[in-house]
Ligand binder design. Structure first.
Ligand code: ADP
Length: 281
């Protein structure tokens, strides 16, 4: 970044974080890019910052079923294995079930406990070394989430649903990715693409794909006031979680459930055209 665009960039960041009228700032950024005062990636980042306050934690969190967690009475050795296997450095721990998270175990505390048996007499348990979790409502917007991470100096939070149950997990890295794009550290297992074209021309779609993204990529017009994802959309249509192989004819396309569990659809296959077996919507 040269000096001029550097100072413009920080001036814009200042304005964004003071929350000026969004559409005015958006126009300003796009004009600056058109005039060559901002580079493409700079304006993309700034637009992403603007959008933070329009996105909810639910849209970026790791859903409850994918959280790597453990019972609070697990031994320190079991925690060490879980950290090594999963590659995650912080593991939420629960009592009874995942809806009752009671602490977060950090890899460095596990290391300390393993190497200082005098201070942590055996049998040492996860609950001996766990730290207090940061809980936030799943409806929090991502901009506010960033502020919470900054003010608490804690970079992992457990999102709760309206009944106080665990809804997901969100980290500082998830928020940063909303601004700068996907970050992969040396321990991250790459997540499969949400939308993949298969050899026969059909398209494999992850259930967690936002409706807006699918519409944009596939030229569909699926909308809902209630749900954000394709899985949520089909569950809403069916009034329950549809079974694998169930098909829906929507918008000139057939959406067939490929993989689902009791709570959500994981994968859907999308084909152009109607199939006789599909339910019409
Ligand atoms: P780590 O390097 O310990 O995995 P990061 O904050 O760098 O932690 O997060 C990387 C990604 O892994 C993020 O998408 C985050 O939500 C996810 N993640 C972190 N901890 C866990 C966990 N215990 N279970 C599932 N996903 C996790």
């Amino acid at each position: 970044m040269d000096d001029d665009s550097g100072s413009l960039f920080s001036a814009l960041m200042g304005r964004l974080f003071r929350k000026t009228d969004d559409s005015e700032v958006e126009r300003f950024i796009l004009e600056a890019q058109r005039d060559g005062e901002l580079r493409g990636e700079e304006s993309a980042m700034l637009l992403n910052v603007l959008r933070l306050s329009r996105r909810q934690v639910t849209e970026i969190m790791i859903p409850r079923t994918d959280i790597v967690c453990a019972p609070a009475d697990n031994s320190i050795e079991e925690m060490a294995l879980l950290i090594a296997e999963s590659g995650h450095s912080r593991i939420p721990v629960y009592r009874k079930n995942r809806d009752n998270m009671v602490g977060i175990v950090h890899a460095k505390d596990v290391l300390r406990a393993l190497t200082q048996p005098d201070e942590f007499p055996r049998p040492a348990r996860a609950e001996t070394i766990m730290r207090e979790p940061l809980f936030i409502p799943e409806t929090k917007n991502v901009y506010d989430m960033l502020q919470v991470f900054r003010s608490n100096k804690i970079h992992l939070a457990i999102a709760l649903d309206e009944y106080g149950g665990t809804s997901g997990l969100v980290t500082f890295e998830d928020v940063l990715e909303e601004i700068v794009g996907e970050i992969e550290d040396e321990y991250d297992t790459p997540r499969p693409e949400d939308i993949q074209t298969l050899e026969d021309g059909s398209v494999l779609v992850s259930g967690r794909t936002p409706l807006e993204e699918l519409d944009e990529r596939m030229g569909l017009s699926l909308t809902s006031d209630q749900v954000e994802t394709v899985s949520g959309f089909l569950c809403e249509l069916a009034g329950r979680v549809p079974d694998p192989e169930e098909s829906f004819a929507i918008d000139g396309h057939t959406l067939t459930v490929k993989e689902a569990d009791a709570k959500q659809i994981h994968w859907i296959v999308l084909r152009r055209g109607d199939s006789p077996a599909a339910r019409n919507h």
